[in-house]
Design a protein around this ligand. Structure first.
Ligand SMILES: Nc1nc2c(ncn2[C@@H]2O[C@H](COP(=O)(O)OP(=O)(O)O)[C@@H](O)[C@H]2O)c(=O)[nH]1
Ligand SMILES: [Mg+2]
Length: 222
């Protein structure tokens, strides 16, 4: 197993995280570095999706991963074992990251050689949505094992995202997940989010998601 750096990130002392998030986006634009915040409930497949996605991106752009958790370094090791740059961020018990914690994480990761940093945010559909990380792209995973009604129950995270990944479609035969209902529930919250049905396990649908991300990163770098 790879050895990875673990960084204890400290919450901002600034009162206005929203303003700091705008400052961070400006810094990233100057550096031609894109930042994607990946959010979902625990176990919906963030790490597995990242592994499939990084393979599908296939170094068309260079990507580094920040794994945020309250404890452990298993996810950062999984990404490093697959041959990608990663760092584990510990949040000191907090269930989200803010813009300053993101900035500290990027410094620890080292981004000079990167086009994109992906944050695997703390598994939670509530807290992460309440704090702007400074991300350029916000993406939510809804796995079919969670049910098609989650956009109704957790509005904010679905309102703020640019894309919704519907993961674990390989398990559709054994769950009563209704795609039309899920799309309608997402549309109620957000009429511009692109929906990507995928299986991180079989990699079905992952190429389309990878192409969308590469395109968005190249747009940001223009
Ligand atoms: N069947 C199936 N299982 C998946 C898929 N994606 C993830 N899993 C499984 O779901 C569990 C949690 O996945 P993980 O990536 O660790 O989720 P995370 O906590 O959101 O990072 C693991 O047992 C994965 O193997 C998928 O597309 N299909
Ligand atoms: Mg994970």
């Amino acid at each position: 197993m790879s050895k990875v750096d673990i960084l204890e990130v400290k919450k901002t002392i600034l009162e206005d995280n929203d303003a700091d998030a705008e400052v961070l986006r400006g810094e990233l634009k100057e550096q031609k570095l894109c930042y994607l915040n990946l959010m979902s409930s625990p176990g919906s497949g963030k790490t597995t999706t990242l592994l499939s996605l990084l393979k599908a991106i296939n170094h068309r752009i260079e990507v580094g991963v920040m794994e945020a958790d309250i404890d452990s370094d298993v996810d950062a090791k999984t990404i490093a074992d697959a041959g990608y740059k990663s760092i584990q961020l510990h949040t000191g018990g907090m269930c989200h990251l803010d813009a300053e914690m993101s900035r500290q994480g990027m410094r620890g990761l080292g981004c000079d050689d990167l086009d994109l940093v992906i944050l695997e945010n703390v598994g939670n559909l509530v807290c992460p949505a309440e704090f702007d990380t400074g991300a350029v792209l916000n993406v939510v995973i809804l796995s079919i094992t969670e049910g098609d009604d989650k956009p109704l129950k957790y509005p904010l995270v679905f309102e703020q995202c640019d894309a919704v990944i519907i993961n674990k479609i390989d398990a559709l035969p054994v769950f009563d997940f209704d795609f039309d209902k899920a799309r309608a529930n997402i549309a109620l919250r957000n009429d511009h989010a692109t929906v990507f049905p995928i299986s991180a396990k079989t990699t079905e649908g992952v190429d389309k998601l990878a192409d969308w991300i590469v395109e968005k990163v190249q747009e940001w770098q223009k």
